[in-house]
Design a protein around this ligand. Structure first.
Ligand SMILES: [Zn+2]
Length: 344
């Protein structure tokens, strides 16, 4: 098992180094370049015990990016900004009266919530907790969301600064030692990575034997987050991404109604690129999409026209599922898929 192999120089470096090993919520940090142990080097930076690469802390948050290998540059975070100046924190709304109310309504409509009841990250965590007491959990792309409670060892990572983010990390090079986690959560992440297979391999690497993955990923959705939106997955494509796992349960996160609503909104936006039209089309599209989204729960055969899919799986002891075996798992009756997780 890959997990039993500990690079001897890594262990040695850690013992010989006077600097304390860097940890986040009890989990040891590793260099995203070579995965050797990271050590604290003053309050503002961490250093790799092997390659001596240095990683800054910005407002206390370590920026653990493999600079040569990432779409994101460490230098972009040093000013406290992050990629393209983007962050999840909304600027304070300085408008008032009707305009402010209007904006609130639009925001609520734009807040894409599924109308389908399906197991979420908290359900996945509860499932894993029943198997492993005080599990170590990694959330990739956590945004401003917090998973679990204070006593859980949950490490929240993202490529943008947000309230709950513990570290800036790119899923292509996760800054953790192998076999560090019992559960990895990735909600709306795999469409945003340039190389999903490599990121899935990283998830496998950082999981302990028998560890779990929980993912929600778009299938039929328009581009969002501009340049940082690379790919989509069909139901079988999503299953293949996690072929190192046995499926515990999977299903539709957002159904055909959501797909239709987003498609209609996209159709309106396609008519003209003019700013004024885009604002009108954006509002009209949202107004149309909101009720269509509510239809999802009444559509039991959504899988092949789904807007988003979820997967919960357990790391296999056997080699990954072969493609020949994989295609036999496709079944038209997938429909909405599972509505809840099986008992642990
Ligand atoms: Zn290194």
């Amino acid at each position: 098992m890959e997990c039993d192999v500990v690079a001897p120089e890594t262990t040695m470096d850690r013992q010989e180094s006077a600097a304390p090993p860097a940890r986040l919520r009890g989990v040891a940090l590793a260099c995203p370049v070579d995965r050797a142990a990271l050590v604290e080097e003053g309050p503002d930076r961490l250093r790799c015990s092997a390659c001596a690469a240095v990683f800054p802390r910005v407002n206390g948050i370590p920026v653990l990016i493999n600079d040569a290998n990432s779409a994101f540059a460490v230098a972009d975070y040093v000013g406290g900004q992050g990629y393209g100046g983007a962050s999840y924190g909304r600027a304070a709304d300085r408008t008032s009266g009707l305009r402010r109310l209007g904006r609130r309504i639009v925001r609520r409509l734009a807040d894409v919530q599924s109308s389908i009841a399906y197991p979420g990250p908290e359900d996945a965590l509860a499932h894993v907790r029943a198997k492993t007491s005080s599990p170590a959990v990694l959330v990739i792309g956590s945004g401003g969301c917090r998973l679990g409670s204070a006593e859980d060892h949950v490490v929240h990572t993202d490529v943008a600064f947000a309230a709950e983010v513990d570290a800036i990390a790119d899923a292509h090079d996760l800054p953790f030692e192998s076999c560090s986690f019992d559960l990895v959560v990735a909600v709306a992440v795999f469409e945003h990575v340039a190389d999903p297979a490599r990121c899935a391999a990283e998830v496998v690497r950082v999981l302990r034997p028998g560890g779990y993955v929980y993912a929600v990923t778009p299938f039929l959705q328009p581009v969002h987050m501009g340049a940082y939106d690379f790919t989509r997955f069909t139901p079988i494509g999503h299953r293949r991404l996690f072929r190192a796992f046995d499926e515990v349960a999977a299903g539709v996160a957002m159904g055909a109604g959501s797909t239709l609503g987003a498609g209609f909104a996209g159709f309106l936006r396609a008519i003209s690129a003019a700013g004024a039209w885009q604002r009108v089309a954006g509002l009209a599209g949202m107004l149309a999409a909101a009720p269509l989204r509510l239809l999802d729960r009444f559509l039991p055969n959504s899988a092949d026209f789904a807007s988003g899919l979820w997967f919960f799986g357990r790391l296999r002891d056997d080699p990954p599922v072969s493609d020949r075996e994989l295609v036999t798992t496709y079944h038209a009756s997938f429909g909405r898929g599972a509505r809840k997780l099986p008992p642990p």
